[in-house]
Design a protein around this ligand. Sequence first.
Ligand code: 5GP
Ligand code: MN
Length: 350
Amino acid sequence: MFSKIIQQDKITKVESLIDKADKAVIVTHVSPDGDAIGSSLGLYHYLTDSGIETTVIVPNEFPYFLKWVKGAKDILIYEKYPEFAHKLIDETDLIFCLDFNVLSRIKWVGEAVKNSNAKKVLVDHHPFPDDFCDVTISHPEISSTSELVFRLICRMGDYESISRQGAEAIYMGMMTDTGAFTYNSNSADIYFIITQLLSKGIDKDKIYSNVYHNYTADRYRMMGYMLSEKMKIYDEYGCAVVWLSEDEQKSFHSQKGDTEGFANLPLNIKGITFAAFFREEENMVKISFRSQGSFPTNEFASRCYNGGGHLNASGGEYYGKLEDALSIFENALPDFAQLLIDNKNNLNKK
Ligand code: 5GP
Ligand code: MN
């Protein structure tokens, strides 16, 4: 058995909300990643199999290498069908908010969720959740929302009713939010849960391949170009930054998800413990931060770009020019010098 993390009164409340519901909607954050899709589809299969008419709604398109997961084809993309999505959100009994902590993270879906009379349940692992749900299950110490979905279902006494498809989605989310169990993954419970998922018949090696061996050649050409031409290293801070303009991405026919993981790349370099990736979009610059050790990237993101996230993985948005976003970054480094240098020294000592 794994440790009981979610409070019993919350489990009981969710159980009773599910018992009363005929229809449910699951919403997750903008530019959904593996954990967003994995947790949503894991819960989707469970609810559907329990006889609840369930729809997963995402704000915008998600990466092609997540489309193989069973149920992915039925995900409703709000941007494409806003009226239908509104109708579902208005008419549903229950809304699950997965893998985000504040309504602004679901962008244009936020207003509809806020105004809906449905009961709302948050299941998430980002720090500092807003209080907009009837039940808030928030556990920043857990490495993925998918793991929390698994824990929730099991604690409701329904491990038996998790299908292989549901188990695949949950495993995929746990895997992607831990870099295939290479970070935030020292908890023994994770491996207990994996054995439970394996006994549902999942093929974990195939799931790895489906996600990580499915990229386009263009993605790798773009990655090579970026690492060669668009990387700046700040040795004294143990920091490196990479960036791509919109035109550069276009020249490599970049698709949604093609830059996934780029923010992590500089961390592979000896001595680098803080990495940032700046990706220019049509009307803003999307920024991703990653660190090893104790450097709080979320503090950096919130201070410089009004963003947020986890200690080791966070992000933000900058509404302005790419060059200006990069200058803000460079100018902020001296303010974080002590934290960066201490973190670098601590890690090297190990
Ligand atoms: P990614 O770099 O993969 O887009 O995001 C990593 C993490 O940073 C996400 O799990 C999310 O918690 C956080 N994050 C990314 N972008 C934003 C943002 O614009 N605002 C906030 N508050 N958090 C973000
Ligand atoms: Mn997550």
